[in-house]
Design a protein around this ligand. Structure first.
Ligand SMILES: [Zn+2]
Length: 353
């Protein structure tokens, strides 16, 4: 599949897309789409790898219009009623979701959703229950590693081994991936001590990250919603779901930490918003980051469903705590987007897996 991917993306999908094939086939009863945000206009890409999870305003608007034209975008409330078996959904139903709770979800996405008269289920972390200006810890770690001075030897920072750091971005990304798991073992306070200490040890100024929080465009891109902004998001008619307290790799955590991440996020959101929080999206959401233990914890914590971040068929018989989603990336052309949304790409992948 990996070898034929460029042919699919550049030749087959554009051809099938131009023929209207994707929306004429019978897709899964419901398709859930995951966004991670919309880049504010005027923003210049900081890092193509990091920014690949966000789409431009233009792409977002044209994707929504394509969905409205050929599919039936349902609201989170309609989806919940379907899940509870109280209501049928129209055929080719689509549910929009968005993860992480960044400022651009309120400042850029919501106005476009409102213009298109669409609703979205937005998953936020415990950071959005407070009033401090923060970035996602693993994004901060990524930016820090990309700006760190090269290190010839591994270093011990706050008891965690940081492999040597070369000049290449690829090698720095692999250091980042290994630290994602090591730092997920820790609680939030230990993680933030590590980040502060690591910045100093790698030759960065103490104020290195302030530009991401002070500059208006970078702030929209990187800063997490605080409680007043989260309330605005809910007041704009959007549904709020949980994305854990601090976005760790849950599978790398002790049972105690993982349980608190899942349970306390729901409690905190319900108390702060005065609304029921019925869904969780597991951070990262791939099989290496979340598994049977977390699905059980989510069910025991009182959620009605949980979403992963991998594709698959969602029908009435789907397991409620492993609901699949289609992950949208910036590099998707309109035909590749529709190949994924229609379920065609996933059906092809399962056939050849
Ligand atoms: Zn996330």
């Amino acid at each position: 599949m990996r070898l034929v991917s460029p042919i699919l993306h550049r030749v087959i999908y554009p051809l099938l897309g131009s023929m209207g094939y994707f929306h004429s086939r019978a897709p899964a009863p419901v398709t859930v789409i995951t966004y991670h945000g919309v880049l504010p206009s005027g923003y210049t890409t900081e890092d193509a790898f990091l920014d690949n999870t966000l789409v431009t305003e233009e792409s977002f608007r044209s994707q929504l219009r394509l969905l409205k034209k050929h599919y039936n975008v349902v609201s989170p409330d309609e989806f919940l009623l379907w899940l509870r078996k109280s209501q049928e959904l129209p055929e080719k139903a689509i549910l929009l979701t968005c993860d992480d709770g960044l400022l651009n979800h309120l400042s850029v996405m919501v106005p476009i959703l409102q213009q298109e008269k669409l609703k979205c289920l937005l998953f936020v972390t415990g950071s959005s229950l407070g009033n401090t200006r923060e970035m996602l810890w693993y994004v901060e770690l990524y930016l820090l590693l990309m700006q760190a001075q090269a290190q010839d030897e591994p270093l011990l920072v706050q008891g965690i081994v940081v492999p040597k750091i070369s000049d290449g971005a690829g090698q720095r990304r692999s250091v980042w991936l290994s630290l994602l798991k090591s730092l997920s073992h820790c609680d939030v306070a230990a993680r933030s001590c590590f980040l502060e200490d690591a910045a100093a040890r790698f030759g960065l100024q103490p104020s290195w990250k302030m530009r991401y929080l002070d500059d208006p465009l970078l702030r929209d891109r990187f800063q997490l919603l605080r409680l007043p902004e989260l309330k605005q998001l809910a007041d704009a008619g959007m549904t709020i779901g949980a994305h854990t307290l601090s976005h760790p790799v849950l599978a790398a955590q002790s049972l105690e930490l993982a349980s608190a991440e899942i349970t306390e996020c729901r409690k905190g959101l319900e108390q702060s918003l005065g609304r029921e929080v019925w869904a969780i999206a597991y951070p990262f959401g791939d099989p290496g980051s979340v598994g049977a233990r977390e699905f059980k914890l989510a069910e025991e914590s009182g959620y009605e469903c949980g979403f992963v971040n991998v594709g698959g068929v969602l029908n009435a018989a789907a397991a409620r705590f492993t609901l699949p989603r289609v992950h949208v990336t910036a590099e998707m052309s309109p035909s590749v987007y529709e190949a994924h949304v229609s379920g065609f790409h996933d059906a092809l992948r399962s056939r050849f897996a």
